[in-house]
Design a protein around this ligand. Structure first.
Ligand SMILES: [Zn+2]
Ligand SMILES: [Zn+2]
Length: 213
């Protein structure tokens, strides 16, 4: 509510031409954001669908990864502001630029999201808005384990706790999941998430992200 009010008082301005409205206006966008060629997200082998190649799929059970843009210049700048300058509206902006796909929407919980000043999770905002825009079900499926709260635990408990970064908090049996993250770097995180989701019974995991570094 307060945030909405703030946006009316101080709307976003285009980072390129400084016009009021969106963080990147419709006329500047085509010249600014560069679409990423589809391919296997893990080894970068190019293909038309963004399917994970057979070799990589054995280790990383992500069926398809749809990455919208190349991670450079303006995209980098906007994502940084979305994460560290409380630009929640930027997350809403990018949720409209993720590829529409069928499935149940979930997200990769960001590291340290709750510890940040006015803490929110940009991946959660992205996912919730994406679900709303595409009329899909949203589920908070994954929880990131807090490894810092280890004090006072036994050694075995500590080991158990450090084994994985994510736990599955909801029933995902038989679901085709859309796993949303803001930026994919090596792919290790989405791979880990997909593995725990598949172990918990998910039928398939498709990854969606704004950009890949
Ligand atoms: Zn502009
Ligand atoms: Zn591959």
């Amino acid at each position: 509510m307060l945030e909405k009010l703030f946006e009316i008082i101080s709307p976003d301005t285009c980072v390129v031409c400084k016009n009021e409205g969106k963080c990147l206006c419709d006329s500047c966008r085509p010249n600014t954001l560069i679409y990423k060629k589809p391919g296997c997200v893990f080894c970068n082998e190019v293909n038309d669908s963004g399917k994970t190649c057979l070799r990589c799929y054995k280790k990383h059970p992500i069926r398809i990864a749809k990455i919208s843009f190349r991670y450079e210049n303006t995209v980098k700048e906007l994502i940084w502001a979305m994460k560290y300058e409380n630009k929640r509206s930027y997350a809403r902006y990018f949720s409209g630029l993720l590829m529409p796909m069928p499935g149940v929407v979930c997200f990769v919980p960001s590291e340290g999201a709750s510890r940040r000043k006015r803490g929110y999770d940009q991946a959660e905002v992205l996912a919730k808005n994406y679900a709303k825009l595409n009329n899909l079900e949203f589920k908070k499926v994954l929880i990131r384990q807090a490894h810092s709260r280890q004090v006072g635990k036994s050694r075995t408990e500590r080991l158990k706790n450090t084994k994985g970064n994510f736990v599955v908090a909801q029933n995902v049996k038989g679901l085709d999941l859309l796993l949303i993250d803001d930026v994919i770097t090596t792919g290790a995180t989405i791979s880990e998430c997909a593995s725990v989701l598949k172990e918990a019974g998910a039928k398939s995991v498709t990854a969606l992200a704004i950009a890949k570094a």
